[in-house]
Write a protein that binds this ligand. Structure first.
Ligand SMILES: [Zn+2]
Length: 91
């Protein structure tokens, strides 16, 4: 009978260890889920927050190609795509 109790206790002991391990595992999983959730909250949703820089498009007075204003060469009231076209002037 005593041996039975010892065996019972050891079985319960194993169950307790398994429960503790299971709780630790669950704890890690919960922590990982919370962390990933927080990360997804902190991370800005890419399409919504991405600012699209809409730049003015200007037309080359020589060849008529459209290019951003910042890349265009302004001369005498007209925009040009390249210094060559600026030299060639308005068509
Ligand atoms: Zn041009």
């Amino acid at each position: 009978m005593r041996a039975f109790y010892v065996r019972l206790r050891s079985v319960f002991g194993e169950i307790c260890v398994l429960k503790i391990l299971l709780l630790i595992a669950i704890g890690f999983v919960v922590l990982a889920v919370i962390r990933s959730y927080q990360r997804s909250l902190n991370k800005p949703s890419a399409p919504a927050k991405r600012e699209t820089i809409v730049e003015d498009m200007v037309k080359c007075a020589h060849c008529g190609v459209n290019l951003p204003r910042s890349e265009a060469i302004y001369s005498g009231g007209d925009f040009f795509c390249t210094p060559e076209h600026k030299q060639l002037g308005k068509k």
